[in-house]
Ligand binder design. Structure first.
Ligand code: IMP
Ligand code: MG
Length: 179
């Protein structure tokens, strides 16, 4: 039997308190920008599930939810550049105010692909809310209306983000040791 690789945790990159404050700030902006409307939050699985759960409970609007699952990364920490839809929306988004909720934007390849796909369904509006954006890593330029933190282009885990499916349940964001 081959041993599973281990990924020791490194330093805390963003604390639980800082995440909470940022989530409150983003939710307040969404609440005021979408006043009188009923936006559809589209979470990108799996990474966005924790961010989405916290964010939505701070938005004071009658929001609805749907999820998509896409794959752009394997078990390793490098982008394959290949995007596949593993789970599509259940909601008809023509005429809806859609907000895509993402955990992290690195190359932007995943998101620009998603945007192209969803745009063809002619939503009334389509915006992005991303907790993290990696500085200088963007290959495909995407406009992010609601952006949490800009971080260096190192690999991070926790608060929904994984390495080989580990560490998603950490309440804060951390680096991996040696990166
Ligand atoms: P992109 O297509 O390069 O922008 O990659 C976006 C996706 O890659 C994210 O939604 C994450 O699932 C994953 N990803 C990118 N950087 C990290 C990271 O530092 N930690 C964990 N997952 C990451
Ligand atoms: Mg993701």
């Amino acid at each position: 039997m081959t041993a599973e690789p281990v990924y020791p945790l490194g330093d805390v990159v963003i604390t639980e308190e800082a995440i909470r404050a940022k989530v409150d700030e983003l939710a307040a902006r969404i609440t005021s920008d979408y006043e009188g409307r009923r936006p559809l939050l589209v979470g990108v699985l799996k990474g966005a599930f924790i961010f989405m759960a916290d964010l939505c409970r701070r938005i004071e609007l009658p929001i609805e939810f749907d999820f998509m699952a896409v794959a752009s990364y394997g078990a390793a920490t490098q982008s394959s550049g290949v995007v596949r839809i593993l789970k599509d929306l259940e909601t008809e988004i023509g005429d809806r105010d859609v907000i895509i909720v993402e955990d992290i934007i690195s190359s932007g390849l995943t998101l620009s692909y998603l945007l192209r796909v969803l745009q063809t369904r002619e939503p009334k509006s389509l915006e992005i809310c991303a907790l993290l954006v990696k500085q200088g890593a963007m290959v495909e330029e995407v406009q992010i209306k609601y952006e949490g933190f800009t971080i260096p282009p190192d690999f991070v885990v926790g608060y929904g983000l994984d390495v080989a499916e580990k560490y998603r349940n950490l309440p804060y964001l951390a680096a991996l040791e040696g990166s």
